[in-house]
Write a protein that binds this ligand. Structure first.
Ligand code: ATR
Length: 272
């Protein structure tokens, strides 16, 4: 059995062990996957002990994604763009750091939700780590425009500048500056839901047929999705699919096999 784990703090409620167990059963891959509580001041020691005990790879969650970035010897381009690592792969030639979060949300939106991003007007809310990890995959999907809006406008402007190296230049602004505009896909990458709040957005942002996507998930609508419903968003999605898809991307990196996510997502949804 090859050993994998997710490391975080707290970690007890992580759904990753269940998701990867379902992937392993489905694909017949001989692996075990556990939850590892990382002491706040001992991330590196915990990872090294896991590796020394035969561990092949780790998923990394809050609050260790930046430390995992520093720990990796090499990085994928998407991990470099995100500036954070959620997947470590231990190989004979060192530690590879990847970030599958952005690919996970893009796959959930474009495949599971069957909502194209190419040619659409996309609004990304937030300018923290979760938003940052999504920008490169979003730009690569070829939207008509990408607007990054944040409660603190300066942070959105800085992030937009940082990613203004390609043909499509993101715009960065505060929430009030969105007034009068419309978008086809609006993604909530703020942590507002953690305090049971929704971002304070102007009315009228949802274009006909638009998708409201919250990276958070739970039983029923998140505060952002409840507000989007009131604002007339045609379609709503929480982030459970993103969770399953980012796990599938990690599984693919480690094992070279892409699991079928649909039955796993259905099982995880039923368990909420
Ligand atoms: P994460 O890694 O989850 O992205 P983070 O880096 O702490 O967490 O970033 C949190 C993001 O949520 C920020 O964009 C923050 O806005 P500010 O930069 O203005 O602080 C945003 N956020 C948190 N609470 C919010 C709220 N109640 N309304 C709107 N935005 C909020």
């Amino acid at each position: 059995m090859d050993r994998y784990a997710v490391i975080g703090n707290p970690i007890a409620h992580s759904k990753s062990p269940r998701i990867h167990a379902l992937f392993a059963a489905q694909t017949g891959q001989p692996l075990s996957y556990e939850a590892l509580l990382g002491p706040i001041d001992a991330f590196v020691a915990t990872v090294e002990a896991f590796r020394a005990a035969g561990g092949r790879g780790l998923n990394v969650t809050v609050p260790f994604k930046l430390e995992a970035f520093d720990f990796a010897d090499r990085h994928t381009p998407r991990a470099l763009a995100a500036g954070a690592v959620n997947t470590l792969a231990f190989g004979p030639d060192g530690v590879l750091g990847d970030n599958t979060d952005g690919a996970g949300i893009l796959r959930d939106i474009t495949v599971n939700q069957a909502c194209p991003v190419a040619g659409r007007r996309v609004l990304l809310l937030g300018a923290g780590g979760a938003a940052r990890g999504t920008i490169l995959p979003l730009l690569e999907a070829g939207p008509a425009s990408l607007t990054i809006a944040n409660r603190t406008a300066s942070k959105a402007a800085e992030l937009a500048d940082e990613f203004a190296t390609g043909a499509l230049k993101p715009r960065g602004c505060g929430f009030a500056a969105l007034a009068g505009q419309q978008f086809d896909v609006i993604i909530n990458a703020t942590s507002a839901s953690l305090s049971d709040a929704a971002p304070d957005l102007p009315a009228g942002l949802y274009a006909p047929g638009s998708l409201a996507y919250d990276m958070m998930y739970g039983k029923g609508d998140t505060p952002f999705l409840a507000a989007a419903r009131q604002q007339g968003a045609a379609r709503l999605s929480d982030g459970l699919g993103m969770l399953v898809e980012q796990a599938a991307e990690s599984f693919l990196l480690w094992r070279g096999v892409r699991p079928d996510t649909a039955p796993v997502l259905a099982a995880m949804r039923a368990a909420i």
